[in-house]
Design a protein around this ligand. Structure first.
Ligand code: ATP
Length: 726
């Protein structure tokens, strides 16, 4: 099969309208997947890839259709991607790019977009060998150049974008290019962020504005510096995706997903400074949920039925939108009837180079669905899009942002007025609150001694935390100094306890600086433990650095020879340190209402094992904090008692304070002296008994002190129990 392998061919299809504007039809590619092992091999669908045609022939149908490309089952992932590659050359010039995979359930959409399914393949005859699987998997991570069969369009597009960025930077070092990744899921007609905590899914809303077109409010956008970060985010999202086993597919995607890359490019060179331009492009890579007929004979749960209804609603709307856009009559376009069409509105009718991959199955029992997919694909071919680069002046951008802020401020004022609140009132209230705070602070100073005690308690709390940490370390530390580094690594790989793994890695980090142990590192500064140590996928420790510290800043995807690669590899220990320090954060921004952007720190998972470890740590932290809160409550109770005591001493005639004081025979001054000496004693040597004149036992202060001491011992007991429980 010949692919569209050069830019000139592509240019033929584009009609220059104005200087940078081009007209282009939606490009439609057909991909026929191979028969799966359990499927009966029949000869009803044929692909003539040279002629870009598909032929359907069975007893009832005979039909031939031509598309922009037609891929037969022998064509691998790399060959398919080669057809998109030339279009990605424009991506840094501000052109938008969308690919979506459409087709019946089980027709190969996820395979095409993401890549081969490792888990499923491991059970496959041809891929049962664990070593072979591991080998393929690491190929997938290491270099897409040499992987032909596994990685799909999404990883290959990311790789290509970063390759383009490297080339652009080589040409112009003043070029500032930022890449942001987000990952959306549309499930049951609700939009979710696949990169946020999947335990608490929050449905997000879509908005539109002139600056950025359609956008999802609250969606996280992670800033990534290279291919590996983006790939990790892709895998994190994949894990959070809704899937189900259906009659047609063991792992059927029940949601539409859109993996987004936003690229912002600013030329910062001197001669550009006056008229600095920002070029922005958006890449949407969509894996649609598969169309599936409701089978009357299948017992289907309510949830499954709802999924199907939502999937069918959005796919029917997509069909209607395509029909309206491709027809000559001016029909209303029902974008708003589903979330999918609303999000894809820009890609379907606006300023975007759009590609549809129509996936089909070779089986005769899927023929009806195949024909419906082909009908959809034929219509989509007729849609023409006007494409131009997204470019704005940097100064315009700043002005727009400032205006946006002002608008928001005015909106807030309006909102307050509507609610009957005078903004001046709010200011007054704020001032009063500040005054009140000042007053409270002063009162606080007058009970200085008590403050000291509080300080002491804080110190105690710190010590408790320290003890806890030491206990955790000593209880969990399993490493043995006499072990060789190789043994240490072996223990690490075999260890089921993730915390043990971390401690061991820390030991390696902090330990002997000479190269006693051997770590495999590849071209991309990944660390791979030797295969003999692999018991499960989790033991393959492939660790990634992140953009902030740039541990892998010398990463250059364009370099292929292994000798050149060798020069990139730092010391393995150094890299481990990079990974184990708090380097798991990426800059992240979240789009708010009215296109405001909030900058935050985002977390990037290292691996499945890593994420489990993080979760364990989080739970541990919560548990410890809860315990500490308990302790703090008891301490506070004691402090309050002491405060009351002190107040009483300062003002002994205050009858409200305590009736017991009426019976105190000694003078108030004496008591004050005693109380202060107690506090001083508490601060220096806790167990020094209080010396007083006569009726020690009857003295109410002593009674209180006794109570305090008994509470103290209670606290100690609690601490002890707490530490034992750890
Ligand atoms: N080109 C291909 N080569 C080899 N195997 C393939 C190919 N396309 C699909 N498959 C296999 O077919 C099965 C179904 O594919 P996949 O899950 O990608 O379908 P899908 O269209 O995404 O389904 P759904 O809509 O239900 O999620 C998988 O086991 C996949 O590995």
């Amino acid at each position: 099969m010949k692919s569209l392998n050069n830019t000139s061919q592509k240019q033929d299809q584009l009609t220059a309208n104005s200087q940078n504007e081009k007209k282009q039809n939606i490009q439609v590619y057909i991909r026929l997947r191979p028969f799966l092992p359990h499927e009966e091999q029949e000869d009803v669908v044929e692909i003539k890839s040279e002629e870009k045609k598909i032929l359907i022939k069975d007893s009832l149908h005979l039909m031939e259709s031509k598309f922009d490309q037609a891929f037969d089952p022998s064509q691998n992932q790399k060959q398919v991607f080669e057809n998109f590659k030339p279009y990605l050359q424009d991506i840094l010039d501000g052109y938008n790019f969308t690919v979506f995979a459409y087709g019946q359930t089980g027709s190969g959409k996820t395979h095409t977009m993401f890549g081969a399914d490792w888990e499923y393949m491991s059970g496959h005859q041809a891929y049962t060998g664990r070593d072979l699987r591991v080998q393929h998997q690491s190929t997938f991570f290491e270099s897409l150049e040499s992987d032909h069969n596994f990685a799909g369009i999404i990883p290959r597009t990311i790789y290509e974008v970063f390759r383009q960025i490297t080339l652009k930077r080589e040409q112009n070092p003043h070029m500032q290019i930022s890449v942001y990744v987000s990952f959306i899921q549309i499930y049951n007609e609700k939009i979710y962020d696949l990169l946020q905590d999947n335990q608490k899914p929050v449905a997000l809303a879509i908005h539109e504005n002139k600056q950025s077109g359609m956008y999802v409010e609250g969606l996280s956008e992670y800033q990534v510096a290279h291919y590996y970060d983006s790939l990790q985010l892709m895998r994190r999202g994949e894990k959070n995706r809704a899937i189900r086993t259906t009659q047609m597919n063991v792992k059927s995607s029940r949601s539409h997903t859109i993996f987004q890359l936003q690229i912002e490019r600013i030329d910062d060179s001197e001669y550009q400074k006056e008229k600095k331009k920002i070029k922005r492009s958006k890449i949407n890579l969509c894996d649609l949920a598969g169309s599936e007929k409701i089978n009357k004979n299948e017992v289907m749960g309510g949830e499954h039925f709802n999924e199907l209804r939502s999937i069918n609603l959005s796919l029917t709307t997509l069909g209607k939108v395509i029909h309206s856009l491709s027809s000559n009559q001016k029909l209303p376009i029902p974008y708003r009837e589903s979330k999918l069409t609303r999000i894809l509105q820009d890609s379907l009718s606006g300023n975007c180079q759009t590609f549809i991959i129509a996936n089909i199955s070779p089986c005769s029992n899927s023929l009806e669905e195949t024909l419906s997919t082909l009908k959809f694909a034929e219509r989509a071919q007729h849609i023409t899009l006007k494409i131009k680069p997204n470019e704005i002046n940097a100064s315009d951008f700043q002005i727009v942002q400032k205006l946006q802020r002002e608008i928001n401020y005015l909106k807030d004022l309006l909102h307050m007025k509507k609610k009957g609140i005078n903004p001046n009132d709010i200011h007054q209230r704020l001032l009063k609150l500040q005054e009140e705070n000042e007053r409270l602070k002063k009162t606080h100073i007058s009970i200085n001694e008590v403050e000291k005690l509080i300080q002491e308690n804080r110190q105690m709390k710190l010590e408790i935390t320290k003890i806890q940490q030491n206990t955790v370390q000593s209880m969990r530390g399993i490493f043995d100094d006499s072990k060789t580094d190789k043994d240490t690594l072996k223990t690490l790989a075999e260890s089921k306890n993730l915390l043990d793994q971390e401690i061991l890695l820390n030991k390696i980090n902090q330990g002997d600086q000479s190269d006693h142990f051997f770590l495999n590192t590849n071209s991309s500064n990944q660390i791979i433990l030797p295969p003999i140590q692999m018991n499960s996928n989790d033991n393959i420790k492939i660790l990634f650095g992140t953009s902030q510290e740039k541990p892998f800043s010398s990463y250059n995807p364009s370099v292929n020879s292994s000798s050149q690669r060798g020069t990139f590899i730092n010391s393995g220990k150094q890299m481990m340190r990079n990974v184990l320090d708090k380097k798991t954060e990426l800059p992240m921004r979240i789009r708010g209402k009215n296109n405001e952007i909030k900058n935050e720190k985002g977390f990037l998972e290292m691996s499945n094992a890593e994420s489990v470890r993080m979760e364990q740590k989080r739970k541990e932290k919560i548990r410890i904090l809860e315990r500490l809160n308990d302790l703090e409550r008891i301490q506070k109770h004691n402090q309050d008692k002491l405060k009351r005591e002190l107040r009483l001493l300062e003002n002994p005639n205050d009858s409200e304070n305590n009736d017991n004081y009426k019976s105190v025979s000694t003078s108030s001054t004496t008591n004050i002296v005693k109380a202060s000496s107690f506090h001083t004693n508490r601060l220096t040597q806790q167990n020094t008994p209080l010396r007083s004149s006569s009726n020690q036992l009857n003295n109410p202060i002593n009674k209180q002190l006794k109570k305090y001491e008994s509470n103290e011992s209670k606290i100690k007991m609690l601490e002890k129990r707490f530490l034992q429980n750890l």
